[in-house]
Write a protein that binds this ligand. Sequence first.
Ligand code: ZN
Length: 244
Amino acid sequence: MNKDIIHCLECNKILRKTDHDNAPIFVFDKNLNDFISVPKDDYKDFTIEHKGHHLRELSVLEDSSISKMSCRDKAQVGYFKATNGKKVFLIKKWRNNINEPLHYKIMEDSRLKVKNVKVTCQADLIRIHLKKQFVWMDNGKIERFVEIAAHSVEKMDLSAMEECFWDTGDSMVVLAKLGFQEIREILRECQKFLTWVQLKSIRDFIEENNCDNGVMTVIVHKKMRIERFNLRGIRHKRKIIFNS
Ligand SMILES: [Zn+2]
């Protein structure tokens, strides 16, 4: 594992080593009326600033990063985990505005907890695809199908979702597959107003679109919170940090 974090225990400051650590920065020189490059080495600067201090190296745990960009102020907050081989640390990263470098802070005795809080069907996309694919499906039948699907999805077990698509542009929103129970319930209700041939087409439609970002997959909204523990390992504080 790469030791990509240096933590000064005395100042509680963190440096995350990156490929850009010694890339020059460009500043405007008034006398020359032009931008000039200034050499910079973050790693060297950090080791000089914290010379003689108690430093520890940590490795970032793969796939442990979760972040959210605020569209309003372009500020970014994220969390990831790193380890010294014995203990796992939760690290917060943020920048207050787009021009600022990232700041890092170790969240002592804290744990991230992500929970599914709401699930909905992709009603509008289902309508569009049904209309395009089945000429025999009039608006009445489409609406009835969407209503049945929405009703079935509402009752899904939030703790047992089979996630299948994550690239939604929001780390607190993923897509998940309809379960066997839901598909069975939807088909059972559809029997009431579809012929056997139509029912078979709908069954195929559900199966074909119930993976990746297919229209029959469901939208899962998540909430993330940080739980803080005291020295005896008892949880004493909870704070919701991300919401979908
Ligand atoms: Zn220091």
